[in-house]
Design a protein around this ligand. Structure first.
Ligand code: IMP
Ligand code: MG
Length: 175
């Protein structure tokens, strides 16, 4: 796509696919014999979840949540509103939240508390990207694809004003 807002490549398509296969293999090993439900956080995690689940070789289900965090366009406030809740109960099940990116960590902290209160058997996080320099809460994500620098990332599900989700790699936004 020819667009001056699309900057340097942060993670190439090849790097994404290699790492996602590794994550899928790790999840397959760790969740063998358990009752895995992957919860994708709309909309950013859609491409990641779709590729990840193709590398998961045990029975699993998927469900989705949509949340919006109040705040400026590029900064999370930690005040989160649920726009779409899960379709099914997660009580007693092994829940893996699948996120596109952990920035401050505030959105995920809210989701962990909210889903944790529903009495799952276990609750873990798999995030494609993290920005360690920006993390404001103590949030151990069990599975992380890539650590990226403090840049606004677009592509492979990540948007800026709803655009660029269709890139098959992750780029820095030029702004
Ligand atoms: P947090 O609450 O600060 O961790 O932000 C979480 C949400 O903000 C993510 O799920 C993304 O939807 C969005 N976000 C944070 N950083 C970026 C970025 O670099 N590009 C695109 N979306 C981002
Ligand atoms: Mg998101």
């Amino acid at each position: 796509m020819n667009d001056p807002a699309i900057g340097a490549t942060l993670v190439s398509s090849e790097e994404l696919q290699v790492r996602i296969a590794e994550l899928g293999a790790a999840i397959t090993r760790d969740y063998e014999g358990r009752d895995l439900v992957m919860v994708g956080v709309l909309k950013g995690a859609v491409l990641f979840l779709a590729d990840l689940m193709r590398h998961i070789d045990i029975p699993c289900e998927i469900d989705f949540m949509a949340v919006s965090s109040y705040g400026s366009q590029t900064d999370s406030s930690g005040v989160v509103r649920i726009l779409k809740d899960l379709d099914a109960s997660i009580q007693g099940r092994d829940v893996l939240i699948v996120e596109d990116i952990i920035d401050s960590g505030l959105t995920l902290q809210y989701l962990m508390r909210n889903l944790g209160a529903r009495d799952p058997a276990s609750l873990e996080v798999c995030s494609l990207l993290t920005k360690p320099e920006r993390l404001r809460v103590d949030l151990p994500a069990k599975y992380v694809g890539f650590e990226i620098p403090d840049e606004f990332a677009i592509g492979y599900g990540l948007d800026h004003a709803q655009r660029y989700r269709n890139l098959d790699y992750v780029a820095a936004l030029v702004h």
